[in-house]
Design a protein around this ligand. Structure first.
Ligand SMILES: Nc1ncnc2c1ncn2[C@@H]1O[C@H](COP(=O)(O)OP(=O)(O)OP(=O)(O)O)[C@@H](O)[C@H]1O
Length: 255
Protein backbone atom coordinates (compact mmCIF):
# COMPACT_ATOMS: atom_id res chain seq x y z
CA UNK A 1 0.00 0.00 0.00
CA UNK A 2 1.43 3.43 -0.94
CA UNK A 3 1.78 6.18 1.64
CA UNK A 4 -0.69 9.07 1.45
CA UNK A 5 1.34 11.11 3.97
CA UNK A 6 4.95 10.70 4.96
CA UNK A 7 7.02 13.09 7.03
CA UNK A 8 10.66 12.85 8.03
CA UNK A 9 11.86 14.65 11.16
CA UNK A 10 9.25 17.38 10.59
CA UNK A 11 9.64 20.38 12.91
CA UNK A 12 8.24 23.87 13.38
CA UNK A 13 9.54 26.64 15.60
CA UNK A 14 7.72 29.77 16.73
CA UNK A 15 10.55 32.04 17.86
CA UNK A 16 12.64 29.87 20.15
CA UNK A 17 9.71 27.57 21.00
CA UNK A 18 9.63 24.25 19.12
CA UNK A 19 5.92 23.46 18.61
CA UNK A 20 6.46 20.34 16.46
CA UNK A 21 9.56 18.30 17.09
CA UNK A 22 10.96 15.68 14.71
CA UNK A 23 7.72 14.07 13.54
CA UNK A 24 7.93 10.88 11.46
CA UNK A 25 4.35 10.32 10.29
CA UNK A 26 3.40 7.41 8.04
CA UNK A 27 -0.18 7.32 6.85
CA UNK A 28 -1.04 4.58 4.37
CA UNK A 29 -3.48 5.28 1.56
CA UNK A 30 -7.02 4.07 2.30
CA UNK A 31 -6.72 4.48 6.07
CA UNK A 32 -8.77 6.57 8.46
CA UNK A 33 -6.08 8.19 10.59
CA UNK A 34 -6.89 9.94 13.86
CA UNK A 35 -4.24 12.43 14.98
CA UNK A 36 -4.72 12.94 18.70
CA UNK A 37 -3.06 15.06 21.34
CA UNK A 38 -3.75 17.33 24.30
CA UNK A 39 -4.44 21.06 23.76
CA UNK A 40 -1.37 22.77 22.38
CA UNK A 41 0.34 19.47 21.44
CA UNK A 42 1.03 20.58 17.86
CA UNK A 43 -1.83 19.02 15.84
CA UNK A 44 -3.03 22.12 13.97
CA UNK A 45 0.54 23.23 13.34
CA UNK A 46 1.24 19.80 11.82
CA UNK A 47 -1.88 19.88 9.61
CA UNK A 48 -0.90 23.35 8.39
CA UNK A 49 2.54 22.03 7.39
CA UNK A 50 1.07 18.93 5.72
CA UNK A 51 -1.28 21.04 3.62
CA UNK A 52 1.26 23.72 2.70
CA UNK A 53 -0.31 26.51 4.80
CA UNK A 54 2.79 26.79 6.99
CA UNK A 55 6.43 26.21 6.09
CA UNK A 56 8.32 23.65 8.21
CA UNK A 57 11.38 24.85 10.12
CA UNK A 58 13.03 21.49 9.42
CA UNK A 59 12.28 18.10 7.93
CA UNK A 60 10.32 16.97 4.90
CA UNK A 61 6.69 16.29 3.91
CA UNK A 62 5.39 14.06 1.13
CA UNK A 63 1.66 14.09 0.41
CA UNK A 64 0.22 11.65 -2.15
CA UNK A 65 3.79 10.99 -3.29
CA UNK A 66 4.55 14.69 -3.93
CA UNK A 67 7.37 16.57 -2.23
CA UNK A 68 5.62 19.54 -0.57
CA UNK A 69 8.80 21.64 -0.54
CA UNK A 70 8.68 21.69 -4.35
CA UNK A 71 6.30 24.42 -5.50
CA UNK A 72 5.03 22.59 -8.60
CA UNK A 73 4.58 19.25 -6.81
CA UNK A 74 2.84 20.96 -3.87
CA UNK A 75 0.39 22.65 -6.26
CA UNK A 76 -0.31 19.30 -7.87
CA UNK A 77 -0.87 17.65 -4.46
CA UNK A 78 -3.27 20.42 -3.47
CA UNK A 79 -5.51 19.56 -6.43
CA UNK A 80 -6.11 16.15 -4.86
CA UNK A 81 -6.67 17.12 -1.24
CA UNK A 82 -9.53 18.67 0.72
CA UNK A 83 -8.94 20.61 3.94
CA UNK A 84 -10.92 21.88 6.90
CA UNK A 85 -8.39 24.17 8.55
CA UNK A 86 -8.45 25.28 12.18
CA UNK A 87 -9.67 28.82 11.35
CA UNK A 88 -12.03 27.49 8.62
CA UNK A 89 -10.85 30.27 6.23
CA UNK A 90 -14.21 30.84 4.47
CA UNK A 91 -15.02 34.02 2.58
CA UNK A 92 -17.35 35.89 4.93
CA UNK A 93 -19.33 37.85 2.35
CA UNK A 94 -20.49 34.93 0.21
CA UNK A 95 -23.53 32.70 0.59
CA UNK A 96 -22.88 28.96 0.87
CA UNK A 97 -23.75 28.42 -2.78
CA UNK A 98 -21.54 31.32 -3.91
CA UNK A 99 -18.67 29.99 -1.85
CA UNK A 100 -18.98 26.47 -3.28
CA UNK A 101 -19.20 27.95 -6.80
CA UNK A 102 -15.97 29.84 -6.09
CA UNK A 103 -14.24 26.67 -4.82
CA UNK A 104 -15.44 24.75 -7.91
CA UNK A 105 -14.00 27.45 -10.20
CA UNK A 106 -10.67 27.31 -8.35
CA UNK A 107 -10.58 23.58 -9.14
CA UNK A 108 -11.56 24.23 -12.78
CA UNK A 109 -14.67 22.07 -12.36
CA UNK A 110 -17.49 22.27 -14.96
CA UNK A 111 -20.28 24.62 -13.82
CA UNK A 112 -23.02 21.98 -14.07
CA UNK A 113 -21.00 19.55 -11.92
CA UNK A 114 -20.42 22.25 -9.28
CA UNK A 115 -24.11 23.14 -9.24
CA UNK A 116 -25.24 19.52 -8.94
CA UNK A 117 -22.71 18.62 -6.23
CA UNK A 118 -23.35 21.84 -4.29
CA UNK A 119 -27.08 21.05 -4.26
CA UNK A 120 -26.43 17.56 -2.93
CA UNK A 121 -23.88 18.65 -0.32
CA UNK A 122 -25.97 21.55 1.01
CA UNK A 123 -28.99 19.29 1.19
CA UNK A 124 -27.09 16.50 2.95
CA UNK A 125 -25.53 18.87 5.48
CA UNK A 126 -28.77 20.74 6.22
CA UNK A 127 -27.66 24.05 4.69
CA UNK A 128 -29.97 24.04 1.66
CA UNK A 129 -32.50 26.43 3.22
CA UNK A 130 -29.99 29.11 4.22
CA UNK A 131 -30.58 30.97 0.91
CA UNK A 132 -29.09 34.45 1.00
CA UNK A 133 -27.44 34.20 4.41
CA UNK A 134 -23.73 35.09 4.24
CA UNK A 135 -21.24 32.75 5.86
CA UNK A 136 -20.37 35.71 8.11
CA UNK A 137 -23.82 35.21 9.63
CA UNK A 138 -23.44 31.45 10.08
CA UNK A 139 -23.18 29.78 13.48
CA UNK A 140 -19.91 28.00 14.27
CA UNK A 141 -21.40 24.57 13.45
CA UNK A 142 -22.83 25.87 10.16
CA UNK A 143 -19.39 27.20 9.21
CA UNK A 144 -17.90 23.76 9.93
CA UNK A 145 -20.48 22.15 7.67
CA UNK A 146 -19.80 24.62 4.86
CA UNK A 147 -16.06 24.03 5.20
CA UNK A 148 -16.68 20.28 4.89
CA UNK A 149 -18.88 20.78 1.82
CA UNK A 150 -16.10 22.84 0.21
CA UNK A 151 -13.48 20.21 1.09
CA UNK A 152 -15.57 17.42 -0.47
CA UNK A 153 -16.76 19.31 -3.57
CA UNK A 154 -13.75 18.46 -5.82
CA UNK A 155 -13.97 14.78 -4.78
CA UNK A 156 -10.43 14.64 -3.30
CA UNK A 157 -8.25 11.58 -2.66
CA UNK A 158 -7.18 12.79 0.78
CA UNK A 159 -9.06 14.82 3.38
CA UNK A 160 -7.41 16.78 6.21
CA UNK A 161 -10.00 17.60 8.85
CA UNK A 162 -9.05 19.68 11.89
CA UNK A 163 -11.79 19.08 14.50
CA UNK A 164 -14.61 18.37 12.00
CA UNK A 165 -17.11 17.43 14.73
CA UNK A 166 -16.53 20.40 17.02
CA UNK A 167 -19.76 22.41 17.39
CA UNK A 168 -21.69 20.14 15.03
CA UNK A 169 -25.10 18.77 16.15
CA UNK A 170 -25.67 15.04 16.72
CA UNK A 171 -27.68 14.53 13.54
CA UNK A 172 -25.11 16.18 11.29
CA UNK A 173 -22.34 14.39 13.17
CA UNK A 174 -23.93 11.07 12.16
CA UNK A 175 -24.30 12.26 8.54
CA UNK A 176 -20.63 13.31 8.45
CA UNK A 177 -19.46 10.07 10.05
CA UNK A 178 -21.34 7.97 7.50
CA UNK A 179 -20.05 10.13 4.67
CA UNK A 180 -16.43 9.83 5.82
CA UNK A 181 -16.72 6.07 6.39
CA UNK A 182 -17.93 5.71 2.78
CA UNK A 183 -15.12 7.97 1.59
CA UNK A 184 -12.51 5.67 3.17
CA UNK A 185 -14.33 2.48 2.08
CA UNK A 186 -13.83 3.54 -1.56
CA UNK A 187 -10.05 3.72 -0.96
CA UNK A 188 -9.49 7.38 -0.08
CA UNK A 189 -7.70 8.62 3.02
CA UNK A 190 -8.83 10.76 5.96
CA UNK A 191 -6.44 12.46 8.40
CA UNK A 192 -8.41 14.02 11.22
CA UNK A 193 -7.89 15.60 14.59
CA UNK A 194 -10.56 15.30 17.24
CA UNK A 195 -10.83 15.49 21.00
CA UNK A 196 -13.94 13.28 20.86
CA UNK A 197 -12.29 9.93 21.40
CA UNK A 198 -15.54 7.93 21.13
CA UNK A 199 -15.86 9.13 17.53
CA UNK A 200 -12.20 8.41 16.79
CA UNK A 201 -12.61 4.93 18.26
CA UNK A 202 -15.64 4.28 16.10
CA UNK A 203 -14.19 5.61 12.84
CA UNK A 204 -10.42 5.43 12.75
CA UNK A 205 -8.35 2.46 11.62
CA UNK A 206 -5.05 4.06 12.66
CA UNK A 207 -4.05 6.53 15.34
CA UNK A 208 -1.09 8.81 15.95
CA UNK A 209 -0.65 10.52 19.32
CA UNK A 210 1.36 13.71 19.69
CA UNK A 211 2.30 15.31 23.01
CA UNK A 212 4.57 18.29 23.49
CA UNK A 213 5.27 18.34 19.74
CA UNK A 214 6.58 14.75 19.67
CA UNK A 215 4.93 11.65 18.29
CA UNK A 216 4.52 9.30 21.24
CA UNK A 217 2.65 6.52 19.42
CA UNK A 218 1.57 5.59 15.90
CA UNK A 219 -0.12 2.29 15.09
CA UNK A 220 -3.39 0.63 14.17
CA UNK A 221 -6.28 1.41 16.52
CA UNK A 222 -6.28 -2.17 17.81
CA UNK A 223 -2.56 -2.10 18.62
CA UNK A 224 -2.86 1.22 20.43
CA UNK A 225 -5.89 0.17 22.46
CA UNK A 226 -4.38 -3.12 23.65
CA UNK A 227 -7.85 -4.25 24.66
CA UNK A 228 -8.48 -1.08 26.69
CA UNK A 229 -10.53 1.99 25.75
CA UNK A 230 -8.87 4.58 23.56
CA UNK A 231 -9.49 7.19 26.26
CA UNK A 232 -7.55 5.19 28.87
CA UNK A 233 -4.70 4.52 26.47
CA UNK A 234 -4.62 8.16 25.37
CA UNK A 235 -4.38 9.34 28.97
CA UNK A 236 -1.65 6.80 29.75
CA UNK A 237 0.35 7.86 26.71
CA UNK A 238 -0.23 11.63 26.71
CA UNK A 239 -1.74 12.84 29.94
CA UNK A 240 -0.84 10.70 32.93
CA UNK A 241 0.82 13.63 34.73
CA UNK A 242 -2.19 15.93 34.41
CA UNK A 243 -4.59 13.26 35.67
CA UNK A 244 -2.33 12.55 38.66
CA UNK A 245 -2.05 16.28 39.53
CA UNK A 246 -3.16 17.45 43.00
CA UNK A 247 -6.88 18.23 43.34
CA UNK A 248 -8.27 21.69 44.14
CA UNK A 249 -9.00 21.25 47.83
CA UNK A 250 -11.00 24.52 48.05
CA UNK A 251 -13.38 23.32 45.33
CA UNK A 252 -14.34 20.19 47.24
CA UNK A 253 -16.25 22.20 49.87
CA UNK A 254 -19.23 24.41 48.95
CA UNK A 255 -19.13 27.95 50.43
N1 LIG B 1 1.45 31.38 15.28
C1 LIG B 1 1.91 30.95 16.43
N2 LIG B 1 2.80 31.68 17.14
C2 LIG B 1 3.33 31.23 18.31
N3 LIG B 1 3.01 30.04 18.86
C3 LIG B 1 2.13 29.28 18.20
C4 LIG B 1 1.53 29.68 16.96
N4 LIG B 1 0.70 28.69 16.55
C5 LIG B 1 0.75 27.73 17.49
N5 LIG B 1 1.61 28.07 18.47
C6 LIG B 1 1.95 27.28 19.65
O1 LIG B 1 2.33 25.97 19.19
C7 LIG B 1 1.82 24.97 20.07
C8 LIG B 1 1.00 24.00 19.28
O2 LIG B 1 -0.20 24.66 18.85
P1 LIG B 1 -1.28 23.90 17.97
O3 LIG B 1 -2.33 24.91 17.60
O4 LIG B 1 -0.61 23.18 16.87
O5 LIG B 1 -1.86 22.85 19.01
P2 LIG B 1 -3.07 21.83 18.89
O6 LIG B 1 -2.53 20.47 19.21
O7 LIG B 1 -3.76 21.98 17.58
O8 LIG B 1 -3.99 22.32 20.10
P3 LIG B 1 -5.59 22.32 20.32
O9 LIG B 1 -6.01 20.90 20.56
O10 LIG B 1 -5.74 23.12 21.57
O11 LIG B 1 -6.23 22.96 19.13
C9 LIG B 1 1.06 25.71 21.18
O12 LIG B 1 1.92 25.87 22.29
C10 LIG B 1 0.75 27.06 20.56
O13 LIG B 1 0.66 28.08 21.53
Amino acid sequence: MSLAIETHRLARDFGDFRAVDGLDLRVEGGTFYGFLGPNGAGKSTTIKMLTGLLAPSAGSVRVLGRDMSDHVQALDARRHIGVIAENLSLFDNLTAREYLTFVGRMHLMPRATVRARADELLDLLGLADEGTKLSLEYSHGMKKKLALAAALLPNPDLLFLDEPFEGVDAITSRVIRDLLAGFVARGSTVFLTSHVLEIVERLCTHVGIIAGGRLVEQASLELIRQGDTLENRFIQLAGADAVAAPKLAWLEVAQ
